[in-house]
Each structure stands twice: as structure tokens, then as C-alpha cells.
Design a protein around this ligand. Structure first.
Ligand code: FES
Length: 154
């Protein structure tokens, strides 16, 4: 008969290996998700980040933190997101879809995220409207910054 202590230890090691593998697969799997919901009305901004299983953490990297200027930001057209760094080491992420009529914001300048269509401007700190015609701010998205400096959706 086998020693129960050894069996238990082996089980723990195997579980750890599965957890690691599962984490890697989850990260790859979530990269195929398209932020299509971002193109909608924006009335449910938390939908993508509120997975009940909590397994959506570790999505594909959006951008390197080093590519986001301090006091500015980077527009990610394909992902329809804008990542800002209001102060050194502090990153925020918002939808790039303007709440006015749905254009994509196209630049971050002078502490402001700007929409080219009708001139709306938004704060890089919290996405709030600073100049209309937009009446609502940019919805914030939760992000994580890896130790290696990769920024991903949480
Ligand atoms: Fe952005 Fe009108 S769509 S200001």
C-alpha cells in the first residue's frame, strides 16, 4: 500500500501544475475576446470585467507602460481604448468611444483626451468631460500592470 503522505504531496504538486497551465490558457483564451461591447452604448461598462468566475484576469497585453507618456496617454485604435498615465507610475484606461456620437478619440494632449469629431475633451485622470458637446465622460476600464510593465485589462 502507498504512503498517504506521499500521495497527498503528489496531488498538491499536480494541482499546482494544473493551476499554472490553466492560468496560461486563460490568458491566451481571453486574448481572442473582442471588445465589441465597447462599441455599444456604454451603458454596461462593467460587463467585461465582472466575470463571476474571476478567471478573466490576465488578458492579453494592450501596451507597454513605457509607451504611455507621463501626463499623457496612448490611444489604442484597434482595442478602442485609451491608456493614460496622469502621474508617473499611475495608469488609467478608458473606452476610446466618445459618448457623444461614437467617434473614437484620437489624441491625448495637454492632460486631455480629445475627440476629433465635434471637439469633446475628457480628463486623463478620470475620463470626465471637460468640454462638450459630450455630456458623459469616458467609461473607465480596469487594468493591471504586470511586473514587466505590460498593461492588460483586468
Ligand atoms: Fe465625439 Fe461628437 S462624437 S464629440
Amino acid at each position: 500500500m502507498s504512503d498517504p503522505t506521499r500521495t497527498a504531496r503528489r496531488t498538491v504538486l499536480a494541482a499546482g501544475a494544473v493551476a499554472l497551465t490553466g492560468g496560461a490558457l486563460a490568458a491566451c483564451g481571453s486574448s481572442s475576446e473582442k471588445p465589441a461591447s465597447e462599441a455599444g452604448t456604454g451603458s454596461t461598462p462593467q460587463a467585461a470585467g465582472s466575470s463571476p468566475a474571476g478567471s478573466s484576469a490576465g488578458g492579453a497585453a494592450l501596451v507597454k507602460s513605457s509607451a504611455v507618456p507621463v501626463g499623457g496617454g496612448t490611444v489604442l485604435k484597434e482595442e478602442k481604448l485609451v491608456v493614460t498615465q496622469p502621474t508617473a507610475g499611475s495608469f488609467r484606461c478608458f473606452t476610446a468611444v466618445c459618448p457623444h456620437q461614437g467617434c473614437l478619440v484620437n489624441k491625448v494632449e495637454n492632460g486631455s483626451i480629445d475627440c476629433p469629431c465635434h471637439g469633446s475633451k475628457f480628463e486623463i485622470t478620470d475620463g470626465a468631460v471637460t468640454k462638450g458637446p459630450a455630456t458623459r465622460g469616458l467609461a473607465e476600464k480596469k487594468i493591471v500592470v504586470s511586473p514587466g510593465g505590460e498593461i492588460s485589462l483586468a
